[in-house]
Design a protein around this ligand. Structure first.
Ligand code: PLP
Length: 401
């Protein structure tokens, strides 16, 4: 490998919620004491434990070395980097500068998008299990969430009939879609997306497509941007992206939307400007430019190979040692979502017991219940391979016992 995915980084004291929250016993880790001798292995929040792609640091440092930080306008290189990235990584040739707009985070963009498509109190369709950030931000903004449950078959599948009934019954005009899906790790197939979009078209539903995980596909699965399906999709989708998930830049803040419908685009720019808060930090701009280059693509390909290896290791380990734990093998993201219902019933324990046992030996995975599935756990596998092995051995010896 050209890049470093093996160094075990010390993140404590370096502004990392992933380790600081357990280290300082902040919620949700406040009530369980970690036993002596167990290091913290952060497997909860969606960030990574690898050194960043070096050109990102270089790009930021070069900018920091110039001693002025006044008001600025967005560089053309920012837009060019995004246009080229989408062309080279997802095969999309038709994005223009005018289709791109900055967002303070994908969730910020989601709320701006919702504000132009619905009013508080209106119903919004989401698939469930649902990313916890959607649930919290959409509820806080006063919208009514209608969940259509994914079906657990050979993998997680959309229940089209349920979706259609809910759209009709609740007069839904807006849906939020995670492409690929967090926490289930689904890389949606073209036919699935087409069927989904046909239902949206039938009821004239607009879609906010969260594609923040677009770069992190495993096993040669490929990203299909929702807007690329057909003309209806292109005109009725607000797509959200960010380099933050791909390159681990969440602390720098910075996402962007891509919109092809001119009216929607103008409306969202107006909506997000009203807070006077939706503007980019100059270092975040340089981080994106540094990330989205040719070697950045090599870094991402190497990262995906590492994540795939970790996913294979983890799922094989579970098959061998944790009888009764169910999962659909993720095709994208670095999250592994486990259904522990049968395991808990068989062993007469609760999911809280599993969490307590894990936290007491330093394995900080995430309670999966807030994602809308009882008895579930979400495990972040974006750590060096050796750390993944250490974590799963601790789980075998002290948690799934
Ligand atoms: C599907 C999804 N959307 C949005 C976010 C958060 O994005 P941001 O930090 O840019 O608001 C995450 C973070 O994990 C995510 O998984």
């Amino acid at each position: 490998m050209k890049y470093d995915f093996t160094t075990k980084l010390e993140r404590i004291g370096h502004d990392a919620l992933a380790v600081d929250a357990p280290y300082n016993y902040q919620a949700p880790f406040d009530s369980i004491q970690r036993k002596e001798g167990f290091s913290i292995i952060p497997m909860w929040i969606a960030d990574m434990n690898f050194p960043v792609y070096p050109n990102i640091q270089k790009s930021i440092i070069e900018r920091v070395n110039h001693p002025t930080f006044g008001y600025y306008s967005i560089r053309d290189e920012y837009y060019e980097a995004i246009i080229n990235w989408h062309k080279n990584r997802y095969g999309i040739e038709y994005i223009q500068k005018e289709n791109i707009g900055y967002e303070n985070g994908v969730l910020g963009g989601l709320l701006s998008a919702l504000s132009i498509l619905a009013k508080p109190g209106d119903s919004v369709l989401l698939h469930s299990p649902t990313y916890i950030g959607f649930t919290m931000s959409i509820k806080n903004a006063g919208y009514n969430i209608i969940h259509s449950n994914l079906k657990f078959e050979d993998t997680w599948r959309i229940d089209y009939q349920d979706m259609e009934e809910k759209i009709q019954k609740n007069h839904i005009q807006v849906a939020i879609f995670a492409n690929p899906h967090n926490p289930c790790g689904r890389a949606w197939e073209k036919e699935e997306l087409e069927k989904l979009m046909a239902i949206f078209e039938k009821y004239h539903v607009y879609v906010i497509s969260d594609e923040i995980w677009a770069d992190l596909y495993l096993y040669n699965n490929k990203h299909i941007p929702l807007h690329s399906l057909n003309e209806y999709a292109k005109q009725h989708t607000i797509s959200l992206y960010a380099p933050s998930k791909t390159f681990n830049l969440s602390g720098l803040i910075g996402a962007y939307h891509i919109i092809f419908n001119d009216y929607l685009h103008k409306r969202i720019l107006k909506a997000s400007s009203k807070s006077h808060y939706n503007s980019m930090n100059v270092l975040s701009m340089h981080a994106l430019i540094g990330a989205y280059d040719k070697d950045g693509a090599i870094w991402v390909d190497e990262l995906k190979a590492v994540l795939t290896q970790n996913m294979d290791y983890a799922t094989q380990f579970i098959d061998e040692h944790f009888q009764g734990v169910r999962y659909a093998k993720p095709q994208a993201t670095y999250m592994l979502y486990l259904d522990c219902k049968d395991y808990c019933e068989k062993n007469q324990i609760t999911i809280d017991t599993l969490l307590e046992r894990a936290y007491s030996v330093g394995v900080y995975f995430q309670d999966g219940r807030p994602f809308n599935l009882d008895h579930s756990i979400r495990i972040n596998l974006a750590l060096p391979y050796e750390t993944i092995k250490e974590a799963f051995n601790r789980l075998k010896d002290y948690v799934f016992i």
